[in-house]
Write a protein that binds this ligand. Structure first.
Ligand code: ATP
Ligand code: MG
Ligand code: MG
Length: 569
């Protein structure tokens, strides 16, 4: 229900609705289709879509495709999949390129108002003229061109008469402004590039600030939420919205109406919030793309990547990500979130919902000599200790079992609660066993344990209540399904891989131990999991059946997260 979440943006929205400033909340999520979404985008998505949902409004998905060189329709599709996977649906799917004609008419309007001019300075000259924080800028020598000359030149830019970079359309604002963004910023540039949506129709493309502000105005976005680095752009955003004044210039919208899009124009308000940063990772599409391109990871959906596809393959659920985003909240305070907060949300989510299974990842055979060879029975196990609705399953038990090698010690360290020669442990759900014999090969390596099952200690019997220190998980050897188990760890070994003060870059900080693959054994019910099913392997951690590689007869599981936070801060 609205009102459940408290943060400064939701407060603004509540006030705007209470004051009657808006009747309906409209937001948008505006990704550039130049890469896959990462967990930082999940924060923006949960805010943009979540807010609209909470207040009964609408959120558009708008592809900010004003940078033709770097964009790809494959990203456009993948981003839609990711947003839906997170559990959100857009009111309307838009492309900034849907508005190219409107942007163009708006630019002509600015020229006619004397608010924009065509400038022939090169990019380098523009930089020189711009000045600095301590120095005012100098006016372009082309600033005083007449409206007629500007219109003529701009139309010829649009007709493709000039070479890339030969000129720009610039806003005429204030070269002495303390805000450098206001020193006659470019609104259009010349770029002959094939666009993923409009092909070769346009040799000029609008700049981000102009396109973004007008895109919001066109869609009647009420609250345009973006990250803090755009705070300095807000005066320019407002300038574009106010000077073009779409809400009162329906003539500019004619190209939209011709396409069958409604007139929803309004005056948007930009509000900034702090971006999500998480330690031990890099979070920029550019760097994530470099990791993929250089083969440093196994693709965009490598389970160690903080892309939504990577997290998904790692076993993160939409619920876990949304829980994480709720926990970190929304503010204007820049901070770095410890990655244990993310893992904690996943752990809490899976603890509540993931069925329990048994798997052995470092197997050692244990033969129960007081059961006949070939003895087999079926035991009934609850799928979840706290949630009966998850039902029960049959777990085969026999005289030969796999247990974890790490659960046996010939010479135990102090406080050891697991198996030792002559000692007893409880086998989860089966009974109490004693280790009678340690079988070794010629080199002295342990190859097998032999022991006896106390027949009076089976579940439900009086003898099962004997006090025994350790309980081990196990898998019946005759019924076990061999599996590939991928043990993932964090991708970087330092908290801030982006910190280049030591002369090293993020590529130098990759954790060589971040991916290990082992052969293990699963109980049959684990092998039967559907791809993407998350489970708890008892005592080992939470794992997920790999989205692509898992099959019931050749299972592949990825470790999502360990049972406890084993990383000391
Ligand atoms: P990157 O810097 O990783 O390339 P971007 O900001 O350029 O990301 P866009 O596709 O432009 O990527 O982002 C779409 C939306 O997601 C923007 O509104 C942006 O502010 C938001 N966003 C991107 N990264 C984060 C983040 N780390 N935390 C919160 N919001 C983010
Ligand atoms: Mg961007
Ligand atoms: Mg970027």
């Amino acid at each position: 229900p609205a009102g459940a979440k408290q943060d400064f943006i939701r407060q603004i929205v509540r006030d705007d609705l209470a004051d009657g400033k808006h009747r309906v909340v409209r937001t948008r999520f505006p990704p550039e289709p130049n890469g896959h979404l990462h967990i930082g985008h999940a924060k923006a998505i949960c805010l943009d879509f979540g807010l609209a949902e909470e207040f009964g409004g609408a959120c558009n998905l708008r592809f900010d495709d004003t940078n033709p060189a770097r964009e790809d329709p494959a990203f456009v599709r993948a981003i839609q999949d990711d947003v839906r996977w997170l559990g959100f649906e857009w009111a309307s799917l838009r492309h900034a390129s849907d508005y190219f004609e409107v942007y163009y008419l708006a630019a002509e309007k600015l020229i006619r108002q004397g608010d924009a001019f065509v400038c022939d300075l090169s990019a380098e000259q523009v930089r020189e003229y711009r000045g600095s924080l301590t120095e005012p800028g100098r006016a372009s020598p082309f600033r005083d061109r007449t409206v007629e000359e500007n219109l003529d030149l701009f139309r010829r830019m649009r007709a493709g008469e000039f070479a890339d970079g030969a000129g720009t359309l610039r806003a005429k604002i204030d070269m002495a402004s303390g805000n450098i963004n206001m020193r006659d910023p470019a609104l259009y540039r010349i770029k002959r590039a094939t666009h993923q949506n409009t092909g070769d129709a346009w040799p000029i493309y609008p700049m981000y600030d102009f396109a973004h502000a007008l895109g919001d105005a066109i869609e009647g976005i009420t609250h345009s939420l973006c990250t803090l680095e755009f705070e300095d752009h807000r005066p320019l955003y407002d300038w574009c919205v106010d000077k073009v004044d779409l809400a009162r210039s329906p003539d500019l919208l004619a190209p939209l109406l011709a396409k069958g899009l409604p007139n929803e124009a309004g005056k948007p308000r930009q509000i900034e919030f702090s971006r999500l940063n998480i330690n031990y990772t890099v979070m920029s599409k550019r760097k994530l793309a470099a990791l993929v391109a250089e083969g440093l990871v196994d693709g965009w959906d490598d389970p160690r990547m903080y892309t939504l596809q990577g997290l998904r393959r790692r076993g993160y659920t939409p619920g876990a990500l949304r829980l994480f985003i709720d926990r970190i909240g929304i503010s204007k305070q820049n901070s770095v979130i410890d990655f244990s907060v993310l893992e904690g949300a996943l752990r809490d989510q899976l603890d509540a919902h993931a069925p329990r299974r048994m798997a052995v990842i470092n197997p050692l055979k244990l033969v129960l000599t007081n059961l006949p060879d070939g003895h087999a029975e079926s035991l009934r196990f609850a799928n979840h200790p706290k949630d009966e609705s998850l039902g029960i399953r049959e777990v085969p038990f026999s005289n030969a079992l796999w247990i974890e090698r790490d659960d046996f010690a010939e010479v135990p360290p102090k406080g050891w609660k697991r198996l030792v020669p002559g000692g007893e442990v409880r086998l989860r759900g089966a009974g109490i066993v004693r280790c009678d014999e340690v079988v070794k090969d010629a080199a002295g390596a342990i190859v097998e344990l032999r022991g006896t099952l106390d027949p009076e200690s089976r579940p439900g019997m009086e003898g099962a209540n004997r006090k025994i220190k350790g309980t081990l998980h196990w898998v019946s050897a005759a019924h076990a399904v061999a599996a590939e188990i991928r043990l993932y760890d964090r991708l970087f070994s330092v908290p801030d891989p982006d910190d280049e003060r030591d002369g090293l870059g993020y590529r130098d900080h990759l954790n060589p131990e971040s991916r290990r693959s082992v052969r293990g054994y699963l109980e049959p019910a684990a092998a039967r999991a559907e791809a993407e099913q998350g489970v708890q392997f008892e005592r080992l951690g939470y794992f997920v059946a790999d989205r692509h590689d898992h099959a019931a007869d050749a299972p592949v599981f990825n470790r999502s997260v360990t049972l406890r936070d084993t990383w000391a801060a």
